[in-house]
Design a protein around this ligand. Structure first.
Ligand code: 5AD
Ligand code: SF4
Length: 474
C-alpha cells in the first residue's frame, strides 16, 4: 500500500501544497475534537530575516486552518523561531521552553515546535533530546520551506520529529506568506553568509550565500505592491554580495535600479551591507533614487584596525572613515547607523578609544551596541585574552554614552522640518496617536487617525525627544 509520502509530488512547491491539504484535513478533525478552531502562536527571536521567516510559518499555519493568536498559553500550537547570534538569545529560549512544560501538562493537545538558527547547533539538539523531550517538532534554517511536510509528520508520529540539514543550495519559491503589516514587507534577496567574521555564528547556521533570481524578486514585489505594499525591506546578511552566485550578470546596485522602476512602490530599504564591499556605484544609485530611503546601516563592529583584523572584517579604521565621509558628502541628509561589539578577545581601552573616535567622526544617527558573546565553534571563541565582564561593562558604558551624545545631536538637526512619514501603527501609550517612520528611519509620534495607517503623509517635526520626534500633520 502506498503511504501518503509516496503519493506526494516530488517537485516543489507542489509537494508542500500537497502536505498543506493533508494538514488541513487533520486540523478540521482536531477542530471537531477540541470544539474550537485550533489556535497557534508564533514567537520570533532575532533579526528581520527571522521575522520574514515567521511570516512564512504563519502563511502555512493559517492555510491549514490554525487561527493565529497572541496569547501563548491559549495556543494549541506554539512555535519559537530562534536566534543564536548572542548567548542571551539562547538563554531566553531555554527559559521560555521551561515555562511551556507546565502549560503543556494542562493542555495535552498543545504542540511545541522549534526552528531557526539555534536549531542548527549540534549542542542545542543534544540538549533538546536530553532535557526537553516534550518538544514535538524541531527543524532548522535550510528546510523551513518543508514546514508543511514536517508538520504533517509530527501529527502522524509519536515523539519528537527532528529534521536538521547542514546546508542547502535550494531556494523554493511561491509558498504562502502571511504579512504582519499590510503596507510593508521584508523580501529575501539572498540567504546565508560567506564572510566568516571571527566572532559570528551566522555563517555556520545560515550556510553559504545564495541569491534569488532577480526575476523572482521583482515578481514578488510587483505582487506585493498590487496587494497594497508601499515599502519593501530587501534582506540579506551581506546584500553587497547579491548576484555573485547567479548565472545572470547583476549586482546589488543593478537590482535596486530594477526595483526602483516598479510602479506604485514608494519606499525601498535594505539590510545589511558590509563596509568591505560597499560600492560607490551603490551610493550613486541611492543618490539619484527617489525611492531608496535615506538610511544606511553600516556595521562597523570596532574602530580599532587591530581588532578589525582579528575580527576578519577586511577594512581598517581609516578606510571605513573614508567610506563614511564619501557617503555623507554625496548624500548629506542620509542617516548612518551601525552595530558595535565591545569586549572582543584582546580588546584594550585604547582599542575602544578608536571605536569612540569613529563614533564621533561618523556621527552615527543611532547604533546598536553589543557586549561580545562567545559562540562555540567560531575562531574568536578559541582566542586567548577573553575580556572580563567587569572590564567590558566599563568600556561598554563609555561607548554607549558617546553613541547617545552623538545621536541626540544628529537627531536635533532636522527638528522643525516637514518630512514624509509612513504611518505604521497605533502608538503604544496613547491610542489617539500613530507612530511612523521618516525616510531616514527615525520614529515620529503624531496625533492622527488609525485610518491613516499605511499612508505616507507630510509631518512637521515639532520636537526632538532624543531618540524620536513628536510631530504634527501639515
Ligand atoms: N557577540 C556580540 N555581538 C555579535 N554580533 C554578531 N555576533 C556577535 C557576537 N558573537 C552582532 C554584530 C552584528 C549583529 C547582527 O550582531 O554586531 O552586526
Ligand atoms: Fe556575521 Fe559577518 Fe556574516 Fe554579518 S557579515 S552575518 S557579522 S559573518
Amino acid at each position: 500500500m502506498l503511504t501518503i509520502r509516496d503519493k506526494a509530488p516530488v517537485t516543489e512547491p507542489e509537494r508542500q501544497y500537497y502536505f498543506m491539504d493533508l494538514c488541513k484535513e487533520h486540523i478540521s478533525r482536531l477542530a471537531e475534537e477540541l470544539g474550537h478552531q485550533p489556535t497557534c502562536c508564533v514567537t520570533t527571536f532575532g533579526c528581520q530575516m527571522n521575522a520574514r521567516d515567521s511570516e512564512k510559518l504563519v502563511g502555512v499555519l493559517e492555510r491549514v486552518g490554525y487561527q493565529l493568536i497572541e496569547e501563548e498559553e491559549k495556543a494549541d500550537f506554539v512555535i519559537y523561531n530562534t536566534c543564536t547570534v548572542r548567548d542571551n538569545a539562547n538563554q531566553r529560549v531555554y527559559g521560555r521552553l521551561g515555562a511551556l512544560k507546565n502549560k503543556k501538562k494542562k493542555n495535552p493537545h498543545m504542540k511545541i515546535a522549534l526552528c531557526g538558527c539555534m536549531m542548527q547547533e549540534d549542542v542545542v539538539i543534544e540538549k533538546m533530546k536530553q532535557s526537553y523531550r516534550y518538544v514535538d517538532l524541531i527543524f532548522g534554517t535550510h528546510n523551513i520551506y518543508k514546514f508543511a511536510e514536517l508538520l504533517m509528520a509530527s501529527f502522524e508520529e509519536e515523539g519528537m520529529v527532528i529534521d536538521i540539514w547542514k546546508d542547502t543550495d535550494k531556494i523554493v519559491e511561491d509558498l504562502p506568506v502571511e504579512r504582519k503589516y499590510s503596507f510593508k514587507s521584508g523580501i529575501n534577496i539572498m540567504f546565508g553568509c560567506n564572510n566568516f567574521c571571527s566572532y559570528c555564528i551566522v555563517p555556520y547556521v545560515r550556510g553559504r550565500e545564495r541569491s534569488r533570481a532577480s526575476a523572482d524578486i521583482i515578481r514578488e514585489i510587483e505582487a506585493l505592491v498590487k496587494d497594497g505594499v508601499v515599502e519593501v525591506m530587501l534582506l540579506g546578511q551581506n546584500v553587497n554580495s547579491y548576484g555573485k552566485n547567479l548565472e545572470e550578470n547583476i549586482t546589488f546596485a543593478g537590482l535596486l535600479e530594477k526595483i526602483e522602476a516598479i510602479e506604485g512602490l514608494e519606499r525601498i530599504r535594505f539590510m545589511t551591507p558590509h563596509p568591505k564591499d560597499l560600492s560607490k556605484e551603490l551610493i550613486q544609485v541611492m543618490k539619484k533614487s527617489k525611492k531608496i530611503c535615506r538610511h544606511l546601516h553600516l556595521p562597523v563592529q570596532s574602530g580599532s584596525t587591530a581588532i578589525l583584523e582579528k575580527m576578519n572584517r577586511h577594512y581598517t579604521k581609516e578606510s571605513y572613515l573614508e567610506l563614511a565621509s564619501y557617503i555623507r558628502n554625496e548624500i548629506p541628509d542620509i542617516s548612518i547607523t551601525t552595530d558595535i561589539i565591545v569586549g572582543f578577545p584582546g580588546e584594550t581601552k585604547e582599542d575602544v578609544d578608536h571605536t569612540i573616535d569613529v563614533i564621533k567622526a561618523v556621527e552615527y544617527d543611532s547604533a546598536f551596541t553589543f557586549i561580545y558573546s562567545k559562540r562555540t565553534g567560531t575562531p574568536a571563541a578559541a582566542m586567548e585574552n577573553q575580556v572580563s565582564e567587569e572590564e567590558v561593562k566599563e568600556q561598554f558604558n563609555r561607548v554607549l554614552e558617546t553613541v547617545q551624545q552623538v545621536a541626540a545631536k544628529r537627531m536635533s538637526l532636522i527638528t522643525g522640518q516637514v518630512q514624509p512619514v509612513l504611518f505604521e501603527e497605533i502608538n503604544n501609550h496613547d491610542a489617539s496617536m500613530l507612530t511612523g517612520k521618516l525616510s531616514n528611519n527615525a520614529t515620529v509620534h503624531v496625533k492622527a487617525d488609525s485610518s491613516m495607517i499605511g499612508k505616507i503623509l507630510p509631518v512637521k517635526l515639532t520636537e526632538c525627544k532624543g531618540f524620536y520626534y513628536m510631530g504634527e500633520l501639515v
